[in-house]
Design a protein around this ligand. Structure first.
Ligand code: AMP
Length: 455
């Protein structure tokens, strides 16, 4: 099958050719025809499998360009995802006369207001800022014919549902509703049904599975050993672009600083950073200026960053679904990746929930014994974007990640992410204990959502 089988208009097909899309992915193959027939869809697909085009292409095909009020509204949980979807829509529609805009918090609302007042066809938004614009009468949703709730489980998890209900009240009931989620616990399906009408449930791949192209291993470690293991992994395995996930904002800050003291420059992204800092960190990481990104779960969903070779769960995720999302940042669009999870005794229960959710035990890899000691901390910190070179004020030469020495005296690699994939392996050891069956699963956690978690 190829995209012309969907009878998409020639400008849209031209856009897809320019993007290098030859054949639809399974979620696209399954959902695009239904959406083109005017059906509502609740879609579940593994992360990185082409969900954005699965909803954007039918919308682009069906709306009438040149309107003043948005005809399509896409609601997403995070600012970065809103930005990414808007960019994808602009890419797909580059040969069409479609106007789209992303609105989200953390930045000035003036430019967003101007774009909304000028008139747009497609609006991508996070809930809070959209509600502000609605209250101020800057935008009307009366013309919305397509409503997309993307990463809906995440929005539920983040406590956005009351806001979303308020927004949906502004949209005509005569509309097509599409709800997408990377995981589909029964509560999610129920919620999707409450927003839609006779929706078709589409599962591209089994529920709650992790991408097959991601090799997954677990290291059982003491809490106090995690930093040493992390530094060891970053120095001794063939890690390229690596995301290190921390449970908390403070944790993310601390890990980035500790890595910096070991000469490993790390960008960081979490909710305590300004939007400008978050975008700069992502940009540095995306373009290979920084090989390590330390993040909270704010970066776990939906973000499409090319060639992430490794995801390291410095903290074992407490919500099993977060594991699926985190490791979905690697192994995207046919590339392979490695996911390493550090689990302390206290976190064992979370590991068991994850294994239960993904339906398989995760192989345990022995940690190096003894774990190498950390080097004496470097005298200078290496914040992302800091200049390198001679600094009299700091009393010497500030090394860059490219020329710093690691604790063992080797030069740090300043590799850029490879364009042609990679041949990563977790570490030099061979996994042992693989196939250990987990037990003691408590259903209390999996599939259950906590309101208002912030990252
Ligand atoms: P998404 O799940 O929408 O974030 O997409 C993941 C990645 O796959 C993005 O880099 C897309 O540009 C890419 N992609 C989506 N659909 C296709 C397709 N049919 N062919 C090739 N790449 C695709």
């Amino acid at each position: 099958m190829n995209f012309s089988d969907f009878k998409l208009n020639p400008e849209l097909l031209k856009g897809l050719v320019a993007m290098g899309y030859a054949t639809p992915t399974p979620i696209q193959e399954k959902t695009i025809p239904l959406l083109l027939q005017g059906k509502d869809v609740i879609g579940c697909a593994q992360t990185g499998t082409g969900k954005t085009a699965a909803f954007a292409l039918p919308i682009l095909q069906m709306l009438t360009p040149g309107g003043t009020k948005p005809q399509a509204l896409i609601i997403t949980p995070t600012r970065e995802l809103a930005e990414q979807i808007d960019v994808a829509i602009k890419d797909y529609s580059r040969f069409m006369r479609i106007k789209s805009a992303a609105v989200y918090g953390g930045v000035k609302s003036g430019p967003q207001e101007m774009a909304l007042r000028r008139g747009i066809d497609i609006l991508v938004a996070t809930p809070g800022r959209l509600l502000d614009h609605l209250r101020n009468g800057v935008v009307s949703l009366k013309g919305v014919k397509f409503l997309v709730l993307d990463e809906a489980d995440r929005m539920l998890d983040m406590g956005f549902m009351p806001d979303i209900k308020r927004i949906v009240a502004h949209i005509p009931t005569e509309r097509q509703t599409l709800l997408y989620s990377a995981t589909m616990p029964p509560e999610m399906e129920k919620l999707g049904r409450s927003f839609s009408h006779n929706a078709e449930l589409i599962l591209a791949g089994p529920r709650n599975t992790t991408a097959r192209s991601v090799r997954q291993v677990v290291y059982k470690v003491e809490k106090t050993e995690k930093l040493r293991l992390l530094v060891h992994v970053l120095n001794h395995s063939d890690t390229g672009s690596t995301i290190v996930f921390s449970r908390t904002r403070h944790g993310a800050e601390r890990i980035a600083k500790q890595l910096s003291r070991q000469g490993i420059e790390a960008a960081r992204i979490h909710a305590d950073r300004s939007q400008a800092q978050r975008l700069a960190a992502l940009d540095n990481f995306r373009h290979g200026r920084c090989q390590v990104l330390v993040a909270t779960d704010i970066a776990a969903r939906g973000l499409d960053i090319e060639n992430v070779t490794h995801v390291i769960n410095y903290d074992t995720p407490t919500h099993a679904e977060d594991y699926v999302h985190r490791i979905g940042r690697t192994g995207r669009a046919a590339a392979t990746g490695d996911a390493l999870t550090f689990t302390s005794v206290e976190e064992d229960k979370y590991l068991k929930s994850i294994e239960k959710l993904i339906g398989k035990p995760l192989p345990i890899t022995p940690k190096p014994s003894p774990l190498p000691e950390l080097a004496a901390p470097l005298p200078v910190k290496l914040p992302v974007g800091s200049k390198t070179g001679y600094s009299p004020a700091k009393g010497g030469f500030i090394p860059s990640a490219a020329n710093a020495k690691n604790p063992n005296g080797n030069s740090y690699k300043a590799k850029r992410p490879s364009q042609s994939g990679h041949s990563a392996r977790p570490l030099t050891q061979t996994p042992s204990g693989a196939g250990k069956k987990s037990g003691g699963y408590t259903p209390a956690r999996a599939g259950q959502y906590k309101p208002q978690r912030s990252h």
